[in-house]
Design a protein around this ligand. Structure first.
Ligand code: CTP
Ligand code: MG
Length: 221
């Protein structure tokens, strides 16, 4: 089974508010992107890696891969204007014999082999995809014009993370149509009737959105 990791790193990082795109903001001694890139490259589950880089940052992405001796990186493509567009561009680099795509947010630096194994396993059991998720710790409300309209039952609700794994054929079909409103890959696969399994997520897969998140992830390194 040939597994292609698509590492989407093309976002601007507006909410982080740095001078560089989020993937190139410092985490420890290196750019944030270095951490997930090194972890995917070292994973025995991953064969090849495509990075969707921020526009203008393709060359620094390749140089970073070289510095890390991340030899599985086969391309740094220019990301699109949305996450879904960036996934589509990266997916186009996967050759026809690529069987599985594992899509991961560079903004979740602390990806582990354990979670990669958990999302890959269901693909051998007839599932079209698998997503790591965590239960919701807080009470969930639906709000309309500042007023709580409803307290939503948490039964059956989870928060989805990445890496998300899919059969390449499934993912290509899902990305062949309209991408508007898609915040993760699974939503596009679900919309076409794909069977996507939920597996145990990891609190350390926290997505770096704000400066406070960056400090938390740095403290976990
Ligand atoms: N992403 C991407 N291409 C885009 C937008 C997002 O590859 N056009 C990637 C980001 O690099 C990130 C992941 O999708 O790894 C999740 O996006 P998010 O956390 O929203 O990152 P940003 O879009 O960079 O942050 P912000 O929304 O604050 O600008
Ligand atoms: Mg964003």
């Amino acid at each position: 089974m040939t597994v292609w990791a698509l590492l989407v790193a093309a976002g601007a990082g507006e909410r982080l508010g740095g001078e560089r795109p989020k993937a190139f903001v410092g985490l420890g001694e290196l750019p944030l992107l270095a951490e997930p890139l090194r972890r995917l490259d070292e994973s025995g589950w991953i064969d090849s890696i495509v990075v969707a880089a921020p526009p203008g940052w393709e060359e620094p992405t390749i140089l970073l891969a070289e510095e890390l001796a991340a030899t599985k990186v086969v391309a740094a493509v220019t990301g699109g204007t949305s996450r879904a567009e960036s996934v589509r561009v990266a997916l186009a680099e996967v050759p026809h014999d690529g069987l599985v795509a594992l899509v991961h947010d560079a903004a979740r630096p602390l990806v582990t082999d354990a979670v990669i194994e958990r999302v890959l396993a269901p693909l051998s059991d007839g599932w079209d995809g698998a997503v790591p998720a965590l239960p919701l710790p807080d009470t969930v409300k639906r709000v309309e014009h500042e007023r709580i309209a409803e307290t939503v039952s948490r039964d059956g609700l989870v928060a989805a993370q990445t890496p998300q794994a899919f059969l390449v054929t499934t993912l290509r079909a899902a990305y062949s149509g309209d991408l508007a409103g898609a915040t993760d890959c699974a939503s596009l696969v679900e919309a076409r009737g794909g069977r996507v399994k939920v597996v145990q997520g990891d609190p350390k897969l926290l997505k770096v959105t704000t400066k406070a998140d960056l400090e938390i992830v740095a403290s976990w390194l």
